[in-house]
Design a protein around this ligand. Structure first.
Ligand SMILES: NC(=O)c1ccc[n+]([C@@H]2O[C@H](COP(=O)([O-])OP(=O)(O)OC[C@H]3O[C@@H](n4cnc5c(N)ncnc54)[C@H](O)[C@@H]3O)[C@@H](O)[C@H]2O)c1
Length: 307
């Protein structure tokens, strides 16, 4: 899909909606963006908040291409792309997509930002269930390049191709996820690490702050230049990943077994006693977190590794 003269409709303008609006405005100078959200102060909220997402951009020029709408019908009636990031609630998404389908042009692309409700579930009340796909961002999408594109089996190849093309033209990294699954891929990986992190802190092996230091001083920088397979392939020497598994595979298995044991014994289940201690330690270590600093530094890292 060409990136010129694109009309983007943003439905739901919370954390993710505003970030996506900023992304389109910054990366596609020829697009216009219409925002719809049920909050009563939408216009003022958008005028105050959106500029915070327009990092290193011409704020006046970008905001000249954005408007708010007072109804869903008005928001989507001329859209080429409808992107939904309302509440994470299956019945809201089902109802909303059926309405959007009714009002939007026949050729418009339909993307949901959901963290976990499959498109095949959200599209149940739509007449044409081949149109809707998930485009799951890694928060915040105006900084993070990844977009997980998760089509249900019914989706047409044309919808997938147009979606991938649009994001590639904007310099993002859309990755096609081949099957709908719980949490898609990025969160599955992130939460696997998070489970280990919580478990190690809960067992008193390491503090919250020291665990964060371990990640920031090792896997963090490594993974910006090579993912886990490439990293361990490099780490195995001449024999690559095969050699790595021959040499360290026993330790890898012991770590996996130890981790499985913690889950099986119930010592690392969400909502159990350990959780309060981990949350308290995190509050004490960081208090209220400055996301502006996080985003500024992440952007600088991404720029450095793309040289
Ligand atoms: N926050 C994250 O880290 C993250 C990451 C990836 C995906 N997501 C997904 O993005 C979506 C939104 O998440 P969020 O964190 O931005 O939530 P949020 O609560 O910040 O924003 C949701 C917005 O939807 C609006 N809304 C409520 N009812 C509405 C309606 N009927 N029509 C239009 N707008 C309505 C709310 O006013 C609010 O501004 C969810 O599906 C979530 O799973 C979130």
């Amino acid at each position: 899909m060409a990136t010129d003269h694109v009309k983007v409709a943003i439905v739901g303008a919370g954390t993710i909606g505003l970030s996506f609006a900023a992304l389109h405005l910054m990366k596609n100078p020829n697009c216009t963006v219409t925002i719809y959200d049920t909050r009563p102060d939408l216009k003022e909220y958008m005028e105050t908040k959106l500029p915070e997402f327009l990092v290193d951009a011409d704020v006046k020029e970008c905001t000249s291409r954005v408007s708010t709408a007072s109804s869903l019908a008005q928001t989507v009636s001329e859209a080429n792309i409808v992107q939904e990031q309302g509440p994470e609630n299956a019945s809201f998404k089902r109802t909303t997509w059926a309405q959007i389908e009714h009002y939007a042009p026949q050729e418009a692309l339909f993307w949901s930002s959901t963290s976990g409700i499959p498109a095949s579930e959200q599209s149940k009340d739509m007449k044409d269930q081949t149109r809707l796909i998930v485009v799951h961002p890694y928060n915040p999408p105006h900084i993070m390049p990844l977009l997980e594109v998760v089509p249900p089996p019914s989706t047409s190849q044309e919808v997938i191709d147009r979606t991938l093309e649009y994001w590639r033209n904007l310099g993002r990294v859309p990755v096609l996820i081949r099957k709908e699954c719980t949490g898609f891929v990025a969160n599955r990986l992130a939460f696997a690490l998070f489970r280990e992190a919580c478990s190690l802190v809960a067992q008193g092996i390491v503090s919250v702050e020291d665990l964060d230091s371990v990640v920031q001083a090792s896997m963090g920088p490594r993974w910006t230049v090579a993912g886990p397979f490439k990293s361990y392939h490099a780490g195995g020497g001449e024999g690559g990943l095969r050699s790595f598994m021959d040499k360290i595979g026993g330790t890898v298995q012991e770590c996996w077994d130890a981790s499985d044991k913690d889950v099986k014994t119930g010592s690392i289940v969400v909502g159990e006693k350990w959780q309060e201690d981990v949350c308290r330690q995190t509050d004490e270590a960081y208090g209220v977190f400055d996301t502006a600093e996080r985003d500024y530094k992440t952007k600088a890292v991404l720029e450095a590794v793309s040289r």
